[in-house]
Design a protein around this ligand. Sequence first.
Ligand code: SAM
Ligand code: DTB
Ligand code: SF4
Length: 344
Amino acid sequence: MDLRTAETRSSGAEADHSVRHDWTRAEAQALYDAPFNDLLFLAHTTHRRHFEPNTIQKSQLLSIKTGGCPEDCGYCNQSARHATGLSASKLMEVEQVLNEARKARAAGATRYCMGAAWRSPKGRDMDALCAMVKEIKALGLETCMTLGMLSDDAVLMLKSAGLDYYNHNIDTSERYYSEIITTRSFADRLDTLDRVREAGIKVCSGGIIGMGETPEDRVDMLVTLATLPQQPESVPINMLIAISGTPLQDTKTIDPISFVRTIALARIMMPKSYVRLSAGRTEMSDETQALCFFAGANSIFAGETLLTADNPDEDSDAVLFAKLGLKPLETKPRSGARTYAQKS
Ligand code: SAM
Ligand code: DTB
Ligand code: SF4
């Protein structure tokens, strides 16, 4: 395949730089396998066409309900089925969550992401969850939640509270999914993503690299996301944090070049989405992160903890940003305002 035409080849009358939804797995695999310089060149030029290349969006994460999860995700510290030593806690109080959000805003976050270790939220939790969304939006932050599978009712309640984004990862390929998780299916995941999209909430969906999957699984996962009727606005690419006590504790670390290839492919196939360099940054060298940013990653989680695992602290990120000449996206979201450092 001619890599020069890969991004822009479009069916019918679509404009030159439009988003394609007709990626085939063969095309995507050819890109993933291309000479590294060719792949990175295409990813970076794609990135520059759609985004300001030196601006990185920062999201802050908070675990609002930790541990004791009934699901059996093989990578997760929070599954009650794995002996990870993590103790379970109840849903945090609204006021406590707000205090944390205020601190994140002061530290420069533009989006506040709240995660709960649930298979799905219970009816009795919805009022508190909606209050969190309303109050955090009133602080001027965008809101994101990740709570597991959502019913129609739950989606509508979160939408009326004003939730901006819902994170729900497909995690890997359909083929590999049942090797990692048995308590729900890949199709369950896609169902919730459909409901979220239908309700008009923006979609955040990505996966984990380095769980023992093949390169073909990585490509398939990205093809699934890129060929959704509407691509996710945000695509988190996590590098597995191999947590002691989980079934994946001894998984061999992924080669950074393969990780960068995955980021580059996500950027090329989903040119207008934010690609988030998510879990695993504490184990990455500055050089690997720099290559990820060059390949089109333009969002990170800021702050020293993810949900339960470590993340680089503000100071080390500030040093990295200074070395690379990167700046955080500072636009404060206002209703109706364009919040992306995105070119039209
Ligand atoms: N329970 C909800 C769910 O599963 O959708 C929300 C929380 S869950 C922890 C959010 C995402 O974090 C997972 O889908 C997975 O992609 C990522 N994640 C969890 N543990 C991880 C790990 N050890 N390494 C990398 N990513 C991880
Ligand atoms: C996502 O894709 N990564 C974040 C967020 N969405 C919720 C979570 C990463 C979790 C890493 C493991 C932990 O902190 O327990
Ligand atoms: Fe539960 Fe989510 Fe962890 Fe799976 S990834 S065990 S659903 S918290």
